[in-house]
Design a protein around this ligand. Structure first.
Ligand code: NAP
Length: 504
């Protein structure tokens, strides 16, 4: 089987990047890591593609004193690499920077708000407030936006994880937002949902006749979802220690991916049809409690080892004290409905793993009977697998049994049919934030989490944490640069399966 992508290059794409209506985007926390590393590069790329029109305004807010020009210098530096990689980068940079302004404002203090509000209440246009600040400020900002008359019909608010550290605190945040914003105005970002492959999952499932008839327990043996990082916690140790892998990764990203794999076909692509379908999956998850947590979950914490080609310290050394926080989780989930009865969903995520990779692997069942014989008995056929890679190279691979070309008998090999996005569609892969920010301006909530989804996710996660706490067991150690504790391997091998490895 050729490894070349099997896509029609002549077919015209369905949909293209249309210009956004003029908007005001206020980034609370406009000098922070998220703004500089993700939001502004994403906005710059959209500007470069002509999607952000003149007259749009981007206002950055933070507490430091600096002029508009000083802020633009800082953004210019932050964008240097992006600009250098783009053929027209330098040419259009000044135009983009002209959209930016900076305002000094302490969000915790009412003093500067009247002036700020006066600047904004100009026109009836889409206005987006992006809360790129800690969640402790969400309620404060929501109240002040309301008190200063800044919330109108076309206003939207964007919030990032962490949306609470458990169900109760998430509810408090959602209540605070819900007091002043309608649910249709609230955009809870999970940037995994903005990734090309994740959207392609929906396209593959519901845009082809091929997969959906097979998409059920009768034909699918199991599903694996992995989000592996090579980095440790480094400078973020204090934040991370209050969170851990279950809350930082599973509650949001991994569960969202599970929902997209497992959901029933929605009636349409409308935000609520998709979110209703995902919610049903969350509600169908088999609870993991003190009774079964030991069989269904593994938590680990990295010790010193080697990662990214160098010796690295353990988690406790980075933190400066011992800790019970997990930097690795593997678990076996089950969706209790007709479609998925008996099909395990194995999830795993961790820091200081051997490679940075996120993927969904759908493993189909074996053929019922092998007709192939190599003279020593029937040939073992590897199952078909659909691998959706989210990072580093977004793409889809379908593993098939195929004949090895040439004479010499009918020899079979498991080979990948590769649909690499970069190869198939050419050009740069847009970052998830580019799509998500555009969707906020357009008012499309499809890729954002609704309040009841967040609640349902916590309702499944909270008992797992409670079970761990009740068990009083420290996370199992694993050496940095390995695939987590050996118990994570045992978790899946007990069922006669193995974690997917590159190469089939
Ligand atoms: P950060 O680098 O610490 O930046 C925080 C920003 O908020 C700075 O611009 C800071 O500027 C400003 N700020 C803090 N307190 C303020 C106040 N009272 N009034 C006005 N401005 C204030 O944090 P970050 O990494 O960008 O993360 C921001 C939020 O996004 C956090 O909730 C984080 O968990 C979440 N998030 C971040 C990422 C990421 O990739 N970084 C990814 C997912 C989620 P001054 O200190 O000068 O005021």
């Amino acid at each position: 089987m050729s490894a070349s992508p099997q896509v029609s290059r002549s077919a015209s794409p369905v949909g293209h990047a249309a210009a956004l209506p003029p908007f005001d985007l206020v980034i609370f926390g406009g000098t922070g890591d998220l703004a500089m590393r993700k939001l502004l590069p994403a906005l710059f790329h959209r500007y470069l593609d002509g999607q952000i029109v003149e007259g749009s305004r981007i206002v950055a807010i933070a507490r430091d004193a600096r002029s508009d020009d000083e802020y633009r210098v800082r953004v210019r530096e932050a964008l240097a690499k992006v600009v250098a990689e783009e053929p027209r980068g330098i040419e259009v940079l000044d135009g983009f920077l002209a959209l930016l302004s900076y305002r000094r404002l302490d969000l915790g203090d009412d003093a500067g708000w009247p002036d700020f509000a006066a600047e904004l209440t100009v026109e009836d246009r889409v206005r987006v407030f992006y809360l790129a600040v800690g969640p402790d400020l969400f309620a404060v900002v929501a109240d002040r936006l309301h008190a200063h008359g800044l919330i109108g019909q076309h206003t939207r608010v964007v919030v990032e994880k962490p949306l609470g550290h458990d169900g109760r605190s998430a509810n408090a945040i959602n209540d605070a937002l819900g007091r002043v914003f309608d649910e249709t105005q609230i955009y809870r970002i999970d940037h995994y949902l903005g990734k090309e492959t994740v959207q392609n999952l929906t396209a593959l499932r519901f845009g082809n006749a091929l997969f959906e008839p097979l998409w059920k327990a009768e034909h699918i043996d199991h599903v694996q979802i992995t989000a592996a990082e090579t980095v440790g916690v480094e400078g973020r140790a204090a934040y991370y220690d209050r969170s851990g892998a279950l809350r930082d990764m599973v509650q949001n990203h991994l569960l969202q991916l599970l929902c997209l794999v497992a959901m029933e076909p929605p009636a349409s692509l409308s935000a609520d049809d998709i979110r209703d379908a995902k919610l049903k999956v969350l509600r169908a998850l088999r609870p993991i409690t003190a009774d079964n947590a030991a069989q269904l979950t593994v938590r680990g914490q990295y010790r010193a080892g080697a990662a990214e080609g160098r010796a690295v310290p353990g988690y406790a050394e980075e933190l400066g004290s011992s800790s019970e926080t997990e930097t690795f989780v593997a678990l076996k989930a089950e969706v209790r409905n007709w479609r998925w009865a008996g099909v395990p969903f194995y999830l795993r995520t961790g820091k200081r793993l051997p490679e940075r990779s996120s993927e969904i692997v759908v493993t189909f069942r074996q053929v019922p009977h092998s007709i192939f014989d190599d003279g020593e008995g029937s040939v073992r056929l590897a199952p078909n697998k659909l691998v959706l890679r989210l990072q580093p190279d977004e793409g889809v691979t379908l593993w098939l049994m195929n004949k090895v070309p040439g004479p010499g008998g009918l020899r079979l090999r498991h080979v990948p049919m590769d649909l690499s996005f970069a190869e198939a569609f050419g050009g740069r892969q847009a970052d998830a934030y580019e799509r998500l920010l555009g969707d906020v301006v357009r008012g499309n909530q499809m890729l954002f989490m609704r309040r009841d989804e967040v609640e349902a996710a916590w309702q499944w996660i909270d008992p797992i944490r409670a079970a761990w706490q009740a068990a009083h067991e420290a996370p199992k150690p694993y050496t940095a640069g390995t695939w987590g504790p050996s118990a994570a391997v045992a978790l899946i091998e007990r069922d006669g399966r193995t974690w997917h490895e590159e190469g089939g």
